[in-house]
Design a protein around this ligand. Structure first.
Ligand SMILES: [Zn+2]
Length: 133
């Protein structure tokens, strides 16, 4: 999926469409105690510490669980487990029949809206990198 150069995240600080390796990454906070949080926090929920840094979450993760969101269009919402310890929720760019627990997914930037000046606004989603079968 190509992303127009002018496109930018709809909400800053949640994810980067092109991180240090050019791929999309969620942004989480990591506390000195090891706790990770998404979206990034200024105070740790585990130890109340404030020694937190923002880091890129690995581009790929594994579906831990998933469900469908109600609405006119059925959309898959998944909890995705990442190797840095983070569990994050987001939409999956696949039909329910093509999704399974344990499936590898990658973080991608998807256009969701336009700013008043026409700038495409992006959100993140998870895209399967392997078949569900
Ligand atoms: Zn902590």
């Amino acid at each position: 999926m190509s992303v127009e150069p002018a496109a930018k995240p709809m909400v800053e600080g949640i994810f980067t469409p092109a991180g240090s390796d050019g791929l999309a990454h969620l942004l989480c906070s990591r506390c000195a105690c090891g706790a990770v949080a998404f979206p990034a926090r200024e105070r740790c929920a585990a130890c109340s510490g404030t020694d937190l840094v923002v880091e890129e979450v690995p581009n790929e993760g594994t579906i831990y669980s998933w469900t469908t969101s109600p609405g006119r269009t059925v959309r898959v919402v998944a909890q995705v487990q990442f190797a840095n310890g983070l569990m994050a929720q987001g939409h999956v760019t696949a039909e329910p029949a093509a999704v399974r627990i344990g499936q590898r997914v990658r973080t991608v930037a998807v256009p969701v809206d336009y700013a008043d000046d026409g700038t495409p606004l992006l959100s993140y989603a998870f895209e399967p990198v392997e078949e569900a079968a």
